[in-house]
Design a protein around this ligand. Structure first.
Ligand code: CDV
Length: 307
């Protein structure tokens, strides 16, 4: 028997600074409605899906950036997303900036169930970029100023008849992200991202953005026998061009659906979670073939070090 989950990767085009939360929520609701017409069980929105990617500006008084953060989820403005989930019977995954009651700032993603109830929260572990203003850059990537790295780690939750994990943007470049969830039996990883095409610390990587994006998500899927759903906020946002290329990737590592634009665009695929077992029970049978004893520091000391 197959365990089928129809997933919608709801890519967003740019969100400008002048766009209101209400405007953005309307765009998200339109994508949820389209997802309903295409029989989706769950819709995945990008990282920081409610606002422009504000870490591109450095605001010395961080409290002046507070308006980019959510202090409650749902709030009166985001409540229609939860109501629509319940009305249509569609789960959703949403990335946003979180400001907690005790003043912590996280880059966060929530998973909300088909009944509009809260299922899971994930806070970004690998926070990229820089802590201080770097005036020589054409634009900032001050995520390490605006967000603290999560101490909660990577969870895997039971939902849609399977095991669902979450990661956010830069997390997708790290093999540990997938492997930690892989060791917990993850079958579908939901990931939102904002990836500018220009990478100031090493512009030779600029032309490789699309390649690297596919490379990491396809290999992470294959090496852990899991579906990966990568969803971009792409296009020209406040003068910064960002990658689209949202994709739904199978446990084989194959791309089953990919965005054709850098605008609001819904891609869907009917994902068979049982396909994961083809890989988890053969080439990537962790219990049978992994060698954790060879990965520890004690055994690593026995290996050769070339210096
Ligand atoms: N939002 C991100 O985490 N962006 C990063 C940076 C390095 C561009 C990324 O890995 O895509």
């Amino acid at each position: 028997m197959s365990r089928l989950v129809t997933v919608g990767a709801a890519q967003l085009g740019p969100i400008q600074r002048s766009d209101t939360r209400q405007d953005v929520v309307q765009r998200l609701l339109a994508l949820m409605t389209e997802a309903d017409h295409r029989s989706c069980d769950v819709v995945v929105f990008p990282e920081l899906a409610l606002t422009t990617f504000f870490p591109r500006w450095f605001e010395p008084d961080i409290t002046k950036a507070d308006h980019f953060y959510e202090t409650q989820m749902p709030s009166p403005i985001t409540q229609p997303l939860f109501d629509t989930a319940r009305k249509l019977g569609i789960a959703f995954c949403l990335g946003y900036a979180e400001l907690t009651q005790d003043g912590h700032r996280y880059n966060t993603q929530v998973l909300v169930g088909k009944d509009g109830s809260f299922l899971a929260k994930y806070r970004k572990v690998h926070v990229p970029g820089h802590e201080h203003h770097e005036p020589d850059r054409p634009f900032q990537h001050a995520e390490r100023y605006y967000f603290e790295p999560s101490q909660d780690g990577f969870g895997v939750w039971k939902a849609f008849g399977g095991r669902i994990g979450m990661m956010i943007c830069n997390d997708r470049r790290w093999p540990e992200t997938y492997r930690v969830m892989g060791l917990k039996g993850v079958e579908m990883i939901l990931c939102g991202y904002n990836t500018p095409l220009h990478y100031a610390p090493d512009p030779t990587q600029d032309k490789l953005q699309s390649f690297h994006n596919s490379l990491v998500m396809q290999s992470g899927a294959y090496q852990n026998g899991t579906w990966v759903v990568g969803v971009a906020k792409g296009g020209l946002e406040e003068g910064v061009a960002s990658l689209g290329d949202s994709a739904i990737i199978a446990p084989s590592g194959e791309i089953m659906a990919q965005a054709q634009t850098t605008d609001d665009e819904l891609l869907t695929h009917r994902c068979d979670l049982d396909w994961c077992n083809n890989y988890k029970n053969t080439l990537f049978d962790f219990d049978r073939y992994r060698r954790p004893d060879m990965y520890t520091s004690i055994t690593a000391q026995r290996g050769a070090v070339i210096d």
